[in-house]
Ligand binder design. Structure first.
Ligand code: FAD
Length: 445
């Protein structure tokens, strides 16, 4: 097929957001008699799922302290549930297991989940939490836990399988996904963009959609958008020249045990477990203190990864943002993969939570894992229009679970305004319309 020189909708990035937007947009166009998937071209410099969507742990949860995030996640979970087979989605549920410092926040989340009809239960008090957890896993022993939020919906999905399922749906609607094509610049026409320059030629287009994941900073620069922002704080004070983008490195890995090891007392596949605690963490190898600060981990048995897979708190990359080498990405990166320290901490943390993991560190899979995420100034997504006809989906690394964002963006591209996406506009920084922050040790909770 010849290299295209024109398309109505040009999507940059074949990750979860680019492909979900393409699929939903194709359906919107058809339903409204305004065209179909043949009006949409997705380009990717590498391939489908070559970015964060190809390395994500795949956890799908609603547990967010921010009401706007929770409402958005409920929309997204509905999309996951619409075709679990195609999306390789496992609706096993999700548990946020927390210390006292997070109690009030989690209680609020529970109340608001009830209000939006998102099924969950909330267990309070150290003894009741221990009893509840032992009822699921007889070897449960995590300390410092005073509240458990058990989401009955959500779970996880297998990233590459889900991505190919999603791409199949978009292609079945007539969308063309062209891989090995890199966007290198934009041609402006007045305020708007008339064409995207690529390393294979120029493609004229009416509308650009950017779903570039950790590379969003590069596209942002190509569009001449501001490198810093002014943010109005909650007390009205303006904070000037805050960098627009920051990189964090996500640390994840797999303990190569039989995934069945993590089955529940009833022999079922368990919910995804997320534990935060302020109890000191000691080494499962030699008993030495690993940390006495607040820490957190998440994990699930996963046949796709071949073991019990999960991660811990990410760390901020201190290199100036323009100098961070995003490529080669993920497991191919020489800089942003996990090392022995992470393996030691995470396996010890697993053993802290459940006795069955004690003495298992030798089964840690020594394969490169982890990856970079590109975060916004407040660590929450930006979904907005720029330069008249460029729609940017910058999820601040919240986004595997956000398969439904493309559905809402597709409606906005048809001229509707999504109430659910409104709290994620770029203008919130200058206007001081910031999301509340939680006391979790993770930047995305
Ligand atoms: C290790 C790790 C674990 C994670 N775990 C979870 C999780 O459990 N749950 C969760 O909800 N989220 C998770 N996330 C976050 C989630 O993976 C991302 O937020 C999400 O996948 C981003 O999707 P995207 O479509 O925006 O970007 P990506 O999936 O990164 O896709 C962007 C695509 O754009 C392409 N591209 C970039 N620049 C160009 C260009 N100039 N021209 C053409 N193509 C270009 C890239 O090749 C890439 O394929 C995790 C992230 C990491 C790194």
């Amino acid at each position: 097929m010849a290299f295209p020189t024109h398309t109505k909708y040009l999507i940059i990035g074949a990750g979860i957001h680019g492909v979900s937007t393409a699929w939903h947009l194709a359906k919107e166009l058809k339903a409204r008699g305004k065209g179909d998937g043949r009006d949409i071209l997705v380009i990717d410099k590498t391939g489908i799922a070559a970015g964060a969507s190809g390395v994500a742990c795949g956890v799908v949860r609603n547990n967010y302290y921010q009401p706007a995030m929770r409402e958005l996640m409920a929309e997204c979970v509905a999309v996951w549930e619409s075709d679990p087979k195609a999306f390789s989605y496992h609706p096993v549920g999700y548990m946020q297991i927390s210390p006292e410092v997070m109690h009030a926040g989690c209680a609020e989340i529970y109340e608001q989940q009830k209000a939006i009809g998102y099924t969950s239960s909330f267990i309070e008090g150290e003894a009741d939490c221990m009893k509840y957890m032992k009822g699921i896993f007889s070897d449960w022993r995590a300390k410092g836990i005073t509240n458990v939020l058990h989401e009955k919906k959500g779970g996880y999905s297998n990233q590459t399988r889900a991505m190919y399922g999603l791409a199949g749906k978009a292609e079945a609607e007539g969308v063309r996904i062209l891989t090995g094509v890199k966007a290198t610049g934009f041609k402006a026409d007045g305020k708007g963009i008339s064409a995207v320059e690529t390393d294979r030629g120029t493609i004229q287009c009416d509308q650009v959609i950017v779903g570039a994941g950790p590379w969003v900073r590069h596209i942002w620069d190509m569009l001449d958008l501001p490198k810093t922002v002014d943010i109005k704080g909650r007390d009205g004070t303006m904070h000037r020249n805050i960098p627009m983008w920051t990189y964090w490195c996500l640390e994840e890995g797999t303990l190569g045990v039989d995934p069945d090891l993590q089955k529940t007392n009833e022999g079922k596949m368990p919910p995804v477990i997320h534990v935060d605690t302020d109890a000191p963490l000691h080494s499962d190898v030699d008993g030495s203190l690993i940390t006495d600060k607040m820490w957190g981990i998440y994990y699930k048995p996963d046949f796709h990864f071949g073991g019990v897979q999960g991660g811990a708190m990410p760390y901020k990359v201190e290199t100036p943002v323009d100098k961070v080498a995003v490529d080669p990405y993920g497991p191919d990166s020489p800089d942003f993969i996990v090392g022995d320290d992470f393996a030691h901490m995470w396996c010890s943390a697993l053993a802290f939570c459940q006795e069955r993991f004690s003495g298992q560190i030798a089964k840690w899979k020594k394969e490169p894992s982890g990856g970079l995420g590109c975060f916004t100034p407040d660590n929450f997504p930006v979904f907005d229009r720029f330069r008249d006809n460029v729609y940017i989906i910058a999820d601040s690394n919240h986004g595997w679970k956000m398969i439904g964002v493309g559905k809402l963006v597709a409606k906005e591209l048809m001229g509707e305004t999504s109430r659910i996406l409104e709290p994620f506009r770029f203008s919130r920084y200058a206007e001081g319309k910031l999301h509340p922050t939680s006391s979790s040790p993770f930047p995305w909770s």
